[in-house]
Design a protein around this ligand. Structure first.
Ligand SMILES: NC(=O)c1ccc[n+]([C@@H]2O[C@H](COP(=O)([O-])OP(=O)(O)OC[C@H]3O[C@@H](n4cnc5c(N)ncnc54)[C@H](O)[C@@H]3O)[C@@H](O)[C@H]2O)c1
Length: 238
């Protein structure tokens, strides 16, 4: 496969795995992330552009730097996301705002700036989460609401972009091996507790999410749109 794929949050753990997997298939991934997330690892061989999904101006500047006049892209992966705990009695306005601004509004802003650039037969993949589909991570209510919102956003966007030949799907990971933020550790109870929720009795690896994202970007999934696929080791189904 060929063509540029813009990966927001591409400097993060799952985003980097997505870039690597897309490159393996012949795509040209461009990681779009906050300045602070420029991957230092020498193994990160992909293009990187600074993008803050909370700012339309930043998104437009990044897209203009990546896509030249008259060019199209093969796809967009909306992987930028942020989790902050939100226990009742401790609600913090700044955390609340940030989660909606990045996880939901950020996604809509990126689509607004890129939908006209996605070629016919191209694909948009939104990265949701297991937390949008179950209630066992106490303290993740607001994060879970943003991630559940991504499933609805995906369905509506899929319907709206179908006439242009663009597919839109949502990959919702379960707990994936990545350094756990204090918020994530607090709501999930840690890796062992998270593994216990899954039929497969383990947490997932970033490449296992990347594999599914690449499938949705590729024409191998040409008749699939508007879907949410949980990559969670069998948590929600259980
Ligand atoms: N790790 C997990 O267990 C897990 C589970 C389910 C869903 N997810 C989702 O997968 C995605 C990637 O998560 P991850 O585990 O790789 O975390 P991560 O923190 O390593 O990656 C997230 C990336 O998003 C970027 N980001 C944050 N705010 C941004 C902004 N305003 N503009 C642009 N980029 C911004 C961060 O800089 C970071 O590089 C997120 O959407 C997350 O919600 C992760």
């Amino acid at each position: 496969m060929t063509g540029t794929v813009i990966v927001t949050g591409g400097g993060g753990v799952i985003g980097r795995a997505i870039c690597a997997r897309l490159a393996e298939s012949g795509y040209t991934p461009v990681a779009a992330d906050l300045e602070a997330s420029v991957p230092e690892s020498a193994s990160f061989e992909h293009d990187f552009v600074v993008m803050d999904v909370t700012s339309t101006e930043s998104i437009r500047a990044a897209v203009a730097a990546v896509v030249r006049e008259g060019e199209t892209v093969a796809g967009v992966v909306n992987c930028a996301g942020i989790l902050r705990d939100s226990f009742v009695g401790e609600l913090d306005e700044a955390k609340l705002d940030l989660m909606f601004q990045v996880n939901i509004a950020g996604m809509a802003r990126v689509v607004e700036a890129t939908a006209d650039l996605v070629r016919e037969g191209g694909s948009i993949v939104n990265v949701g989460s297991l937390t949008g589909h179950f209630g066992r991570f106490t303290g993740a209510s607001v994060y879970g609401a943003t991630k559940a919102g991504i499933a609805a956003y995906t369905r509506y966007l899929a319907a709206e972009l179908a006439p242009r030949g663009i597919r839109v799907n949502n990959v919702a990971p379960g707990v994936i091996r990545a350094p756990m933020s204090p918020s994530m550790a607090r709501v999930s109870g840690g890796e062992e507790a998270s593994a216990a929720h899954a039929m497969l009795k383990r947490i997932g690896e970033p490449h296992e999410v990347a594999e599914v994202v690449e499938f949705f970007i590729s024409p191998r999934s040409s008749f699939v749109t508007g879907q949410t696929l949980l990559v969670d080791g069998g948590v929600v189904a259980w």
